[in-house]
Design a protein around this ligand. Structure first.
Ligand code: FAD
Length: 503
């Protein structure tokens, strides 16, 4: 069998988080002397300028690049993120924590929440499930530490992500990529040329007339979706009926208290508000459905609830929730906002970029662009988007809020079968199954189910093999060990200093 010629040139259009993450990963894995990598970005257009909270997977991405973690944290003003506090979601006045890591520990292969549910059915005063989660208790205490190696220590069950300045992250990755042979072109792309015979992209033309040819094009042009959407005409699956928010206003404010090691999402009129503490400032934003609330009312509410003086202008953003019908079309792959967008309620967008890059590396094409590989990529990425969509929807359909028309709509909206099945399984005996490739763990789903008052009727009957007193003692000592470990941890700010992560 003769092998098709290798790809000789890659052009990345766009230098936001997606563009520079892609450039960094390619410069790490390709020999840029054999395969040239060019990134085009326009300072005049700029980037979306938001996207500060991440998932634990980002640490794996940085490790793959060989990045020194404390140096990266200092350069991006990063803080530790142990999860998300959801305020007023189940109903007003309630809150819960979606932690990274695990609740308790599996005992005999049965998930911890079954034991917790058994105890709760006997004693309604059983503490909330997050009392049995190391990460949640560390977050509540404002403490931080890296996961410890000793598997007997509750500190081995810590899991973390970062809250960082996304613009600084892109700049950091730019230095990394340029040092490894990526060439950057400044300027605006004004035209995209397609080959007559097969419709593949042959080149892009810049404002100054320069034509840039490549074998493979990566569209990281943000919401404009210059190549995948505009030039190749790839349709968009609009998911607004499932997730009707379509606007956001974002504004940073000064830091007024020690940075918390978690993100807060507070349910509000026709949407919700985020609060993301960085080392030097706090990021804030109000995500909302413009059919249900005026922009001006959002600005007033946002500015009135910052808790610190704003350090910039309020930025207005519009979007349509959904995904491209295909992410890889001909010789073009869309990554980042050009491929689709789901509201940042669970900080999933940077993860979706990362997983798109990982799958691209796994399926990196030869110059013959085998359609079977392209189809596989599209299938995997659709599944990724759909499972994130379902998890986000859970937060809305599991609410009891009925204080405005928006909450009435989302509480009662039609649910995809994939999500309905998860709900039915959990409501019975608390069953949950995570399939290969699923992003969110059982702990994540259980945290939102229970946090928003979906209490399973029963639990795995195998739990009844344990004597009730033994179960109570065992969970009691687990809770004590976690509380003790949390007390002994350094404060988040002290940890950042000790780790060498302060900018
Ligand atoms: P952009 O940052 O928009 O970059 C596009 C690039 O393309 C820019 O460099 C631009 O100059 C270039 N470009 C465009 N047109 C041209 C042209 N004609 N010629 C040359 N260059 C061009 N994600 C998270 O993971 N966590 C979060 O907490 C989070 N919060 C968010 C909050 C909001 C309100 C929004 C809208 C998004 C949020 N996201 C979040 C998503 C996150 O911001 C994006 O996934 C991430 O920033 C990647 O964006 P991007 O690189 O695709 O696009």
């Amino acid at each position: 069998m003769t092998r098709a010629a290798p790809i000789k040139s890659v052009a990345i259009i766009g230098g936001g988080t997606a563009g520079w993450m892609t450039a960094a990963a390619l410069s790490r894995t390709l020999d840029t002397r054999q395969t040239s990598v060019t990134l085009i970005e326009s300072e005049q257009i700029g980037t979306v300028g938001v996207g500060e909270a991440t998932l634990p997977n980002i640490a794996t991405f940085n490790r793959m690049l060989g990045i020194d973690e404390p140096a990266f944290m200092a350069a991006t003003h990063a803080t530790i993120k142990y999860g998300i506090e959801f305020v007023d979601w189940g109903q007003k006045g309630e809150s819960y924590f979606h932690p990274f890591g695990t609740h308790g520990a599996d005992m005999d292969g049965i998930s911890f929440h079954h034991y917790w549910r058994a105890l709760k059915s006997r004693d309604p005063n059983t503490p909330p499930i997050e009392s049995f989660c190391m990460t949640a208790m560390a977050a509540a205490a404002g403490k931080a530490l890296m996961p410890q190696r000793d598997p007997r220590s509750p500190l081995s069950r810590l899991a973390y992500a970062f809250q960082f300045d996304a613009t600084a992250y892109a700049a950091y990755l730019r230095d990394y990529s340029e040092a490894r042979g990526v060439s950057r072109r400044e300027g605006k792309v004004v035209d995209v040329s397609l080959r007559k015979n097969d419709g593949f992209i042959s080149s892009v033309t810049m404002m100054d007339g320069t034509e840039i040819k490549a074998d493979l094009f990566i569209d990281c042009s943000g919401f404009r979706s210059l190549l995948l959407g505009k030039a190749l005409g790839t349709d968009y699956d609009d998911w607004s009926h499932y997730l009707p928010v379509n606007s956001a206003q974002a504004v940073p404010c000064e830091k007024v208290s020690p940075a918390l090691p978690y993100t807060r999402c507070t349910a509000k009129r026709a949407g919700w508000q985020w609060r993301i503490p960085l080392q030097h400032r706090t990021g804030n934003g109000y995500v909302y459905a413009s059919d249900y609330i005026d922009d001006d009312a959002v600005t007033t509410e946002l500015l009135g609830s910052l808790g610190g003086t704003p350090t910039g202008e309020v930025k207005q953003l519009r979007f349509t929730t959904g995904q491209r019908k295909d992410f890889w079309v001909k010789n073009c792959i869309g990554l980042g906002l050009s491929a689709g967008f789901l509201e940042p309620l669970e900080s999933t967008s940077i993860y979706l970029i990362q997983t798109g890059i990982t799958k691209l590396l796994a399926l990196f094409p030869d110059s013959d662009f085998k359609s079977v590989e392209r189809d596989e990529y599209n299938k995997i990425m659709h599944k990724e988007f759909e499972q994130v969509r379902d998890f986000l929807m859970l937060h809305y359909i599991a609410t009891k809020r009925n204080d405005d028309a928006f909450w009435d709509y989302v509480r009662t909206m039609p649910v995809p079968d994939s999500l309905q099945n998860k709900l039915d399984l959990f409501k019975g005996n608390g069953r949950f199954f995570r399939y290969d490739g699923d992003l969110f763990t059982e702990t994540s789903w259980v945290a939102v189910f229970l946090g928003q008052n979906i209490m399973p009727e029963g639990y795995n009957p195998l739990v009844d093999a344990i004597e009730p007193q033994q179960l109570q003692d065992s969970l009691g000592s687990m809770q004590n060990a976690i509380a003790k470990a949390a007390r002994a941890m350094p404060s988040h700010e002290d940890f950042l200093k000790q780790y060498g992560a302060i900018s």
